[in-house]
Design a protein around this ligand. Structure first.
Ligand code: CA
Length: 252
């Protein structure tokens, strides 16, 4: 791929029930870096946690100098760098909570996508925000939900549809801000021309089944229209939660 070989669009919306939006996003097509974070914690602390997470990520991975292990002909940052960036975000959230006791216990998910010009992607992920790819009309989830229901889906004990409607659907088993050490999932793969990547918070995926997300991504004309339609559909379905989507399409 040549430089700037992708385009992106991003939206974040409070929804129809919540008073505030605790999601944060990063949309840096110039750096090939995208992220969604879904914060939690009282007294506006969730907003702070998710914002710290995306800022720490951006600082670590989009800061111009790519670091010595980045000089590999247009690849995304190494898996180690992605994991280190997310662990640094975790530490920064804990440090902020130490300094500001009213924010004790705040936490956040973080799902980050790095695209490389040589046609690879890397994802770093903690929590139940998700990354998907739409390729040749098929929608595939690239991340595993670190949640109580997600583990049961993996074990074949619940279907994704049952998990989506389950009363425990929002119970996380891994998040940033909850412990000094955090295990980070890092995935990688080939980014092909025409691929459409979606990062989103659970305000989208608890509200819309994958089939509807796929339909919207396939039918919308352009990334901005697709992002608008996803948010609109989640709100039409009740808008019970903050909803955030980041879309990145590789040029075909
Ligand atoms: Ca949420």
């Amino acid at each position: 791929m040549s430089p700037r070989s992708w385009t992106s669009a991003a939206r974040s919306d409070t929804g129809r029930v919540r008073d505030s939006n605790e999601d944060s996003l990063l949309d840096r097509p110039d750096a090939g870096l995208f992220a969604v974070a879904d914060g939690m914690g009282g007294h506006a602390a969730g907003e702070v946690a998710s914002r710290i997470a995306v800022e720490a990520l951006e600082e670590a991975l989009a800061g111009g100098d790519g670091g010595e292990d980045d000089d590999d002909g247009g690849g995304p940052p190494s898996g180690d760098r992605v994991a280190q960036a997310i662990r640094a975000a975790n530490r920064r959230i804990l440090e902020d909570a130490d300094r500001n006791p009213e924010r004790a216990g705040m936490g956040t998910t973080l799902t980050a996508l790095a695209l490389g010009e040589a046609g690879r992607w890397r994802i770093g992920h903690v929590g139940d925000s998700r990354a998907y790819v739409l390729r040749e009309g098929a929608l595939r989830q690239l991340t595993t939900d670190h949640s109580w229901v997600g583990r049961r889906v993996d074990a074949g004990e619940l279907t994704k549809e049952e998990a989506r409607r389950h009363p425990m659907s929002s119970v996380l088993e891994r998040a940033l801000g909850t412990a000094r050490e955090v295990e980070v999932d890092v995935e990688e793969g080939e980014a092909r021309p025409g691929d459409l990547y979606l990062l989103c918070s659970d305000g989208l995926t608890d509200t819309l089944p994958d089939a509807e997300i796929r339909s919207i991504l396939r039918e919308a004309e352009g990334l901005d229209a697709a992002a608008d339609r996803l948010v609109h559909a989640a709100n039409e379905a009740g808008g019970p939660d903050n909803v955030t989507v980041v879309l990145a399409r590789v040029a075909s």
